[in-house]
Design a protein around this ligand. Structure first.
Ligand code: C2E
Ligand code: MG
Ligand code: MG
Ligand code: MG
Length: 291
């Protein structure tokens, strides 16, 4: 009997592996076409200063809306891209496009920053520094307005080339953010060693912040630590006004989430920036507060 269930288990396992494999093949083939057809888009999600209700920055997020018959979303296709050499071309394109967009916003009177996600593989490439430098030069964007989002995992690297590359980028004026902070490792040496500027609190803490005492305690501790170390904190995945209020009480500086906006195409973000500039603050919050 045990043998039989073992066999079934194996059968099930290999079947799901096969499905996974077929899925990544579909993703890969579709992506190659999407790339050559220029079907990938970069969207932008605003990041809000919780004190002033003004837009401080935006995060660039990759979208594959056209020529995507299976409807793959970033959590499906980005890990596949990251497992291939494609990440270098797509990643470089993302950085260039993000710098150009941000420079455009500045020319329209909105002096906000742009945050770009960078994968572990990208940063191990010898030419990563020059890709960033070229994107800044080509767009005319000041390095101080560019923020690179890495995961904790990347920062634990013992790879000296990667470390010195990160240091060179910091010296250029670029800001360093840690994405999904709190879900990775607990060795915090790297925070000061690499001069991290921003901690992005993972959305799993935010969704629990008014429900679980543990989450609230962790968030409080992270904010206090960041304050001491002179780092900014952004809460990811803020969906309700209650969460936003709690975060503000705890001294969290910035927030990002569906409460304000999902990621938007460039023109829609510009409209969002224009309307918030006119009223001096974000109207959506005003509406929430009155209801
Ligand atoms: P991330 O960098 O942690 O990005 C935040 C994700 O949370 C985004 O998902 C965003 O749309 C979503 N989000 C924002 N606000 C809310 C909210 O209030 N509630 C909920 N439930 N979700 C919210 P998205 O765009 O699907 O991206 C998923 C992940 O894919 C990103 O996680 C990032 O790791 C990766 N990614 C996206 N674009 C790029 C890129 O250009 N390069 C690389 N290397 N990775 C990227
Ligand atoms: Mg991110
Ligand atoms: Mg994140
Ligand atoms: Mg994430």
């Amino acid at each position: 009997k045990a043998k039989q269930s073992g066999k079934n288990k194996y059968h099930y396992y290999s079947e799901s592996l096969h499905t996974e494999y077929m899925k990544s093949l579909n993703v890969l083939n579709g992506l190659k076409d999407a790339l050559s057809e220029g079907f990938l888009d970069l969207y932008f999600q605003p990041q809000i200063n919780l004190e002033t209700n003004k837009i401080d920055s935006a995060e660039a997020l990759l979208r594959w809306n056209r020529g995507n018959p299976y409807g793959f979303n970033p959590d499906d296709f980005i890990p596949v891209i990251e497992s291939t050499e494609l990440i270098h071309d797509i990643g470089a394109w993302v950085i260039q496009e993000a710098c150009r967009a941000c420079k455009k916003w500045h020319e329209q009177g909105h002096h906000i920053s742009i945050a770009v996600n960078v994968s572990a593989l990208q940063i191990t490439r010898f030419n990563f520094y020059s890709i960033v430098e070229d994107a800044l030069k080509e767009s005319g964007l000041d390095a101080n307005f560019l923020e690179i989002e890495l995961t904790e995992h990347v920062l634990l690297t013992e790879n000296m080339e990667v470390r010195s590359r990160l240091k060179a980028l910091k010296d250029l004026g670029i800001k360093l953010a840690i994405d999904d902070f709190g879900t990775g490792y607990s060795n915090m040496n790297y925070l000061t060693r690499l001069r991290v500027d921003v901690l992005k609190l993972d959305k799993s803490f935010i969704s629990e912040i008014n429900v679980s005492k543990d989450s609230r305690v962790i968030v409080t501790a992270i904010i206090e630590m960041a304050n001491v170390l002179g780092m900014q904190v952004i809460a990811e995945g803020v969906e309700s006004i209650i969460q936003r209020n709690t975060l503000r009480e705890l001294g969290c500086g910035l927030g990002q989430g569906f409460l304000w906006s999902k990621a938007l195409p460039n023109l829609a973000l510009l409209a969002f920036l224009d309307s918030s500039l006119k009223s001096g603050y974000l109207k959506v919050l005003d509406d929430y507060e009155q209801s």
